[in-house]
Design a protein around this ligand. Structure first.
Ligand SMILES: [Zn+2]
Length: 89
């Protein structure tokens, strides 16, 4: 996604910095509010948690699942901040 704000062009994309997760997965039981341990980049442990939670509490069958992702806005070609970003790197 590109946008021009105050005559400078910016681009929105996924944060790709080293160590930044592609996604943080988590879930909350809609019956009792119990929360899964969030995991980076890997939904399976949260899915297993939900299945086990229902196994232990057979009436708890609805969950809110969440995936948190991160964005970074960077200067596009021709944006004066692009030069200073390159110098800082
Ligand atoms: Zn529950």
């Amino acid at each position: 996604m590109r946008s021009i704000i105050k005559a400078a062009e910016w681009m929105l994309g996924a944060e790709a910095a080293e160590g930044a997760p592609q996604g943080i997965y988590s879930a909350v039981c809609m019956t009792c509010g119990a929360e899964a341990q969030p995991t980076d980049n890997e939904p399976l442990p949260v899915e297993v948690w939900a299945l086990k939670h229902t196994g232990l509490n057979p009436t708890h069958r609805q969950f809110k699942s969440m995936v948190e992702t991160y964005w970074r806005v960077t200067p596009a070609e021709g944006n004066p901040y692009r030069e200073s970003d390159v110098q800082d790197a």
